[in-house]
Unconditional design. Structure first.
Length: 576
């Protein structure tokens, strides 16, 4: 009689875990199932639930749970679908798992989408047979057209992706996911059309979330500006006063518009509705950083660390604590004394990298390089610094009376050296830590009167600084951007001389979709970059000797620097 009782207990436990998973309590699912799996290690339902609970945090752990399930799990489409997703996230071939998911449940749209992603990735252009079957059987199903939009985006066919997303939105205007993909696939040529559809469908959208509203607001910003985007979000928040994520989105755009006081009121409403909302906590921390209130930023980050504890958050918490101490001690530091200079730079933390190499000792004759990729010997360091600056100086051309904008200056190597050569430099730096270091090194090297630091990510609000410059410098930054195409278009609107350096690949991107949906640190297509600059009215020329220098001194094999001169007469008669 005990066996049915045990089985009943097992079913009840799995049902409880399923409810916890539906509520987003992955930690509770793990706590419930861990003792169960110690007794029944190959229980398929428990392994699938554990995989679902751990997949977002660690695809490796999720896949390991699935592989430990016995053969009874093979009849479940959820099992194969989870395997396909885990294999894709880990960069493995997932075709077999995706096809098994389709075979076990051919009507499941998400399983079929996993399969067509694999097919499209292997066979390149052309409508794959699985997707063709889907569109034939469901011609008026919005999910089918959304599936096509996602597939076309993966296959880098931007115009086709936009048209498919538009069809999905027309079929189901209430689905916020359709709005998301319409705005995401919009290009400059179709942005106005996307905004028109968005404004028409937003009032009836029932599944609007923070991410969707962010992407939609970005599209509105491109066409109508930041005030219009804030007005759009305000209208949405008015109808969803209890939505913490929408209040957070409104706060973010108010901050971008410079409405700090109103932004903090929106953040208070967001946190009142959901005290543990990580998005709102992150925006509050960023706002405090921008205001140089590092004590408050540290407190917000402490709250965020409780909600979302990982290595990045722990590092960020320690960094903000150090910055708070630094700002408190700065009035008492005498930077003419070497021990105080060492203390100041130690508080801000040491950074390694090609553009993080300034020393605390004033005077270029004593400047040393600290870089983990080559010798620490002073002769090698001094040679590296001399050659690097010689190549950059030739491209940047600093001098008395010259005006330079340095985007993403890191420690301020190029900023400080250009100012030392007599130029006036404006540094645009989104990371507060680096902005503090640029200001510190400007003071240490005696050029603070010729350096101004603007905190923030490059955006349309910086166009006046770009247009007033003689040269715009952007070294080691492009491959960090999420939308490279829009950033290049913004730089081109200045019609100023550009000096760009980035990590590149020989792969050719066929259109702009890869540039608009870029992954941080992913190498940029060199042929695409040159072609894009020429299309924006620039004549790009590679800087001789830079690639060889980087390969020899740092081991980087794919670094390129170029100078782009504006073509005379391009854009005559254009506006904006």
């Amino acid at each position: 009689m005990s066996r049915p009782t045990n089985r009943l207990t097992l079913d009840q436990l799995l049902a409880t875990a399923q409810r916890s998973l539906a509520m987003g309590r992955a930690d509770r699912v793990e706590a419930l199932l861990r003792p169960l799996l110690a007794i029944h290690p190959d229980e398929p339902r428990a392994r699938i639930l554990m995989a679902q609970a751990t997949m977002a945090r660690s695809p490796e752990t999720g896949l390991a749970h699935l592989l430990k399930a016995d053969a009874r799990a093979w009849s479940s489409s959820t099992y194969w679908l989870l395997r396909a997703r885990a294999e894709r996230r880990l960069g493995r071939l997932a075709t077999n798992s995706a096809r098994r998911a389709v075979a076990t449940a051919p009507d499941r749209i998400d399983a079929l989408f996993q399969d067509l992603q694999q097919v499209a990735g292997q066979h390149g252009p052309g409508l794959d047979p699985w997707l063709a079957r889907l569109l034939v059987t469901r011609p008026y199903d919005a999910e089918s057209w959304l599936c096509l939009a996602q597939s076309e985006t993966d296959s880098r066919r931007g115009r086709a992706a936009f048209l498919a997303a538009r069809r999905a939105l027309l079929l189901d205007p209430a689905d916020g996911l359709n709005l998301l993909w319409l705005a995401r696939t919009a290009t400059p040529a179709s942005a106005a059309q996307a905004v028109c559809f968005t404004r028409r469908c937003l009032p009836v959208a029932t599944t609007l979330d923070y991410r969707t509203l962010q992407v939609v607001a970005h599209a509105v910003t491109l066409t109508d500006g930041l005030p219009a985007a804030v007005e759009l979000i305000e209208s949405e928040v008015a109808g969803h006063a209890d939505r913490s994520d929408l209040h957070a989105a409104l706060a973010l755009y108010r901050l971008r518009l410079g409405q700090q006081d109103r932004a903090f009121l929106d953040l208070q409403r967001a946190l009142a509705a959901a005290p543990d909302n990580p998005t709102a906590l992150g925006i509050a921390r960023a706002a405090a950083e921008a205001a140089r209130d590092y004590v408050s930023a540290y407190r917000w980050q402490r709250r965020l660390l409780v909600v979302r504890d990982d290595d990045v958050d722990r590092h960020r918490t320690n960094e903000l604590k150090a910055m708070a101490v630094y700002r408190a001690l700065l009035p008492r530091l005498d930077l003419s004394r070497r021990t105080h200079r060492l203390a100041a730079t130690a508080l801000l933390g040491e950074r390694r990298g090609a553009y993080h190499i300034l020393d605390v000792t004033p005077g270029w004759n004593h400047a040393t390089v600290v870089d983990h990729r080559h010798s620490y010997k002073s002769e090698a360091d001094a040679d590296y610094c001399r050659v690097l600056w010689g190549l950059v100086e030739t491209a940047v051309r600093p001098g008395p009376g010259r005006r330079i904008v340095d985007i993403g200056p890191a420690d301020g190597l190029i900023t400080v050296r250009s100012a030392a050569a007599g130029a006036s430099v404006t540094a645009i730096e989104p990371t507060c830590l680096f902005a503090e270091r640029v200001e510190l090194f400007s003071r240490l090297y005696g050029v603070a009167d010729r350096v101004s630091v603007i905190r923030g990510t490059l955006g349309i609000e910086h166009l006046e600084y770009l247009a007033a410059a003689d040269t715009i410098v952007c070294l080691g930054v492009l491959y960090h951007l999420a939308d490279i195409t829009s950033s290049l278009e913004l730089l081109a609107r200045s019609r100023r001389r550009l000096v760009l350096e980035t990590s590149v690949s020989g792969e050719d991107w066929l259109d702009d979709s890869r540039g608009r949906l870029h992954t941080n640190r992913l190498r940029i297509s060199w042929p695409w970059l040159l072609r894009t600059l020429r299309g924006l009215g620039y004549a790009p020329t590679e800087v001789d000797g830079w690639a060889e220098f980087q390969t020899r001194k740092t081991g980087f094999l794919n670094r390129r620097m170029l100078v782009a001169e504006p073509v005379a007469g391009y854009g005559a008669g254009r506006t904006g």
